[in-house]
Design a protein around this ligand. Structure first.
Ligand code: GLV
Length: 311
């Protein structure tokens, strides 16, 4: 019998995911790590930011499935090389993140913001229109999520560029920049900069003074990737010096964002609690179940994490 162990968070959360898998795969044994620990040896683990104790308790895992897109919460030094790790691919997350990016673009351009105050004052006044050509968007990262984000903004009429690690064909109607040498040209035309990069040794701290200084004046930054991509003091300084008009931030070095962090109260910074793309249980579990089935049939399984790249 196939045994699946769930280790995605609190006991309640594990149970909710276990219930969904039990419905989808009634023939499998589904157990929660908080309940069984090492007493049941599972074939597959479904994880989110797992404790290293999981890998000690579960020496017979054949594969690990991460319910999120980012795998930086997994300590790969604890996972034997022979055990592949797969991450979820979209499963309803990309469209949420595209929507979040649109929300950020609305904050950047102030397209609708003035009307909130105007309604309060019962004031009927049409603001000057926004010209999208004045708001070119740059998307850093172009996996399943970056693709949906970029395409959605393009559909709304924003000029969109993307920046990726290595060369590949340009997406339709977008400029593609790759590698560190082309980063300056990408940045100088990104008035709305959106970060959807994976967190790796190369990308940690990438949003720093040097990067921010290359953005055009009055740019806006949207972070929906990971907090450690950003040097917080540099972002605050760029906003306080008036180079950036503001930021929409969903992810932070420490989560929950500490009560005394200046981001909370900064008038030009919008904070959300890591909700830009949440893993939807049913579609995510369906995708993982299908992947396990392929795995059991020795078929290729997509979403394999390359350890050197960390995505
Ligand atoms: C969320 O942050 C994810 O990586 O899916």
């Amino acid at each position: 019998m196939t045994t699946l162990i769930i280790a995605v968070g609190s006991p309640e959360s594990n149970q909710r995911w276990a219930d969904v898998f039990a419905q989808l795969a009634p023939k499998w044994q589904i157990v929660c790590w908080d309940q069984v620990g090492h007493t049941v040896e599972a074939d597959f683990a479904v994880v989110w930011r797992p404790s290293i104790q999981l890998f000690k308790d579960q020496p017979r895992l054949q594969a690990i499935f991460n319910i999120g897109a980012g795998v930086d919460g997994i300590d790969f030094t604890q996972v034997p090389d022979s055990v592949p790790v797969y991450r979820v691919e979209d499963a309803g997350m990309a469209v949420q993140m595209a929507e979040y990016a649109v929300y950020g673009a609305m904050l950047a351009t102030q397209r609708f913001m003035p009307y909130v105050d105007q309604q309060y004052d019962k004031k009927w006044e049409q603001q000057e229109p926004i010209y999208k050509t004045e708001w070119p968007v740059g998307v850093m990262g172009y996996g399943k999520i970056g693709e949906k984000v970029a395409q959605t903004l393009q559909l709304l009429g924003y000029p969109v560029s993307v920046w990726v690690r290595s060369e590949r064909p340009s997406p339709d109607g977008m400029d593609l920049f790759f590698g560190s040498r082309s980063l300056p040209s990408f940045l100088e035309q990104s008035r709305i900069l959106i970060n959807v990069l994976p967190l790796t040794d190369e990308t940690r701290g990438i949003v720093n003074n040097t990067l921010l200084a290359q953005l055009p004046p009055q740019s806006f930054f949207i972070n929906m990737a990971r907090g450690p991509h950003v040097v917080d003091e540099d972002l605050l300084a760029a906003i306080d010096h008036g180079h950036l008009s503001g930021a929409l931030l969903d992810v932070f070095h420490v989560e929950p964002l500490p009560q005394d962090h200046p981001f909370w109260t900064h008038p030009a910074i919008h904070v959300t609690p890591h909700i830009s793309g949440v893993s939807l249980r049913e579609p995510t579990a369906q995708q993982i179940q299908a992947k396990i089935q392929l795995f059991l049939q020795n078929q290729p399984v997509s979403g394999l994490v390359e350890r050197e790249r960390m995505y």
